[in-house]
Structure formats: C-alpha cells, structure tokens
Design a binder for this molecule. Sequence first.
Ligand SMILES: [Zn+2]
Length: 368
Amino acid sequence: MKTSATEKLLNSRPFDFSAENKKLFVQSFKENILNHYEKHEFTRKFWNKLKFHPQDIKTEDDLHLIPGTMVHLFKEHEFCSVKKEELVLVLTSSGTAGQKSQQFLDQLSLDNVKKLALNIHMALGMSNDKQYNYLCFTYDPAVANDLGTAFTDELLTNFTAKKEVFYAIEWNEDKKTFELNEEKTVETLKRFAVSGVPTRILGFPALIFEMIEKHHLQLNLGSDSWLQTGGGWKGKSEKEIPKHEFRVYIEKHLGIPQKNQRDLFGMVEHGIPYVDCEKGNLHIPNYARVFVRSPFDLSLVKKGEKGLLHFLCSYNFSYPAPSLLTTDYGRLGSCDCSIGGDTLILEGRAGVTKHRGCALKALEFIKE
Ligand SMILES: [Zn+2]
C-alpha cells in the first residue's frame, strides 16, 4: 500500500497553509481514497454509482467533488477496509438510541492519528516539558481495561510531564457501576491548588460546571494551569453556557486563565481533533478539510453561512470515512490569532432525533 504522501503530510506543520502544504493534503487525500476505492466494496460501488473516481481529484478545487458518506451508515454497518485481524484498536462510543459511533484502526492509522493529534496540540502551544498534576473526568483506563479511553487519555496527558494523575470516575463495587467520586475529586482539586505544581483538568464542560456550582468552589490553580474540555454539553444542554461566558466563569472560580482553556471538537468516525486557540476558536488544520453544505441539495454554501458539515481526512487507511457527511450544523469562520486558516463554528445538530454520544455516558455518572 502506498502511503508516502500521507507520511509527508503528517511530517508537515498542521497550520502551515502554504500552497505547497495544501498540495500535500490533496496528494495524501488522493492516496487515501484510492486505497479505500480498491479495498472497500461499498465505497467503490457508491462512488461508481455517482460517477466519481478518485482520479477526479487533481487539485484543491476538485476536493469538493467527492461524495460524502452519511455518518449513519457508519453507525449501522461495520465498515472496514482491512481484514479484522489487522485492526489494533476499535474506538467506540454508544448513545442511548442504540446508535453506536465507532472507528477501526490498524497500526498505521493509529500511529497516524496519534502523530497528527500531537502535532496539532504542539502547534497550539499546549505542549511543554513542565510537570503537571492531572485531574481527568474519566475512569482509570488501566483499571477498566478500556483501550479506547486509555488511548484518549494517553493522547491528552502526554503533552507534558506528569506528576500525579487522578481519575475522577471510579468503580462502585456495591452498585456494580462506574460513578463520579465527587468528594475525592473536590479534595484532590483543593490539594492540587496548594501543591505548588500547576494543574491540568480534562473533562466535559457540564461536569466541571456542576461540580463548581454544587461545591461552591473558589480556587486559584495558578496562571500556568489548564482546562481541556471536550464532548460538549450533550444531555445537559439546558444548562449550557455560551463558550465565552464559560471561560470567564472558569477563570473566576478556578483561577485558570482564559487563554489556557481549550475546548476540543471531535467525532469518533472522523478522528481529527479541532482544538481551540488561546482566543477560544476551533482551528481547522491542513490535515483535514471542512465543507459546509446546504441541507436541501448539498451544494456548498458561502463562507460564514450555516450548513451541514462535511469532513475530509486522509490519515486512516483502515476505516473508509475519508469523506464524512454529518448531521451537524456549522459554519466556517476566521480568527485574528497567529494560527491562521479557517475556524469551525458549531451550530448544533440537524433533525429532530437527538443523537446523544459518548459525552452522555460520562454525564450519567453524576449522582443526582
Ligand atoms: Zn485563533
């Protein structure tokens, strides 16, 4: 299998949008879709039916020609472009409506996604060699023997040196379920605040917000502490606070500067992390493309206008989702920070069915 263009792309800087670098994405994308065309029957037939062939992609301007595969198909079928024996990791998150999000990774694709995630976080200034205490609103992946969580945690805690890592969600042997150990979490946070070592909190915004409210937390974790959120307010959307207000609130109650509060948007099926810059805008790296399409005829809408999000990526050779058409609304924006490129503005889900993803699982751990 030929993957040299993708290797080159992932060795390039994620927010370098020079003509040369953009060309690297086109080459890598073409390499990737040729691979899926050859190895994944459904994808081949689908593109054939729509009279699309990977060779149709020649320049950046051709990228929008690729048909998007609806995200539902990946939830209902186990799509895979390699033999099952070649897979090293299956990332899964299940929603309440029986909808399962998953992604299949072989060793090459896993190495690729780790590399691109590290590159993105480094480019956004989130990585350094200082020591931090970590408070993760997840369960200990070593205890739970959960490869998916271990993968995410490893990714997110490996950008710095680690002093102590505390996992807030524990196994309750009596109830035979995982639950948030609130008291211990609050104690740990208070201990971290006076430890002289900066803190990094990883978790869902709703969980953190509820904990601060419930325990009237008023701490100063220090100007070098960080908050890395992800997963959105799913399942707790009635409590959702606009991002800007949330950032002010966290600075006030935990002493974490706004520039060190970074949200991440990701979809299991897509895998590219869209991460906040210090101004709180999700930047789109050159490792991906985001098209915004009209929900009526899937035509491209103008920059800044709202539509359905269509994601392109090229790193995954085992999972045929290089062109993923989602049911999420969003639009493209820009930011005046030094990162460059377009930013991604999320506008919620399309349709009446509420898909509740992996975030919900963790939110259910909160004791009412
Ligand atoms: Zn920015």
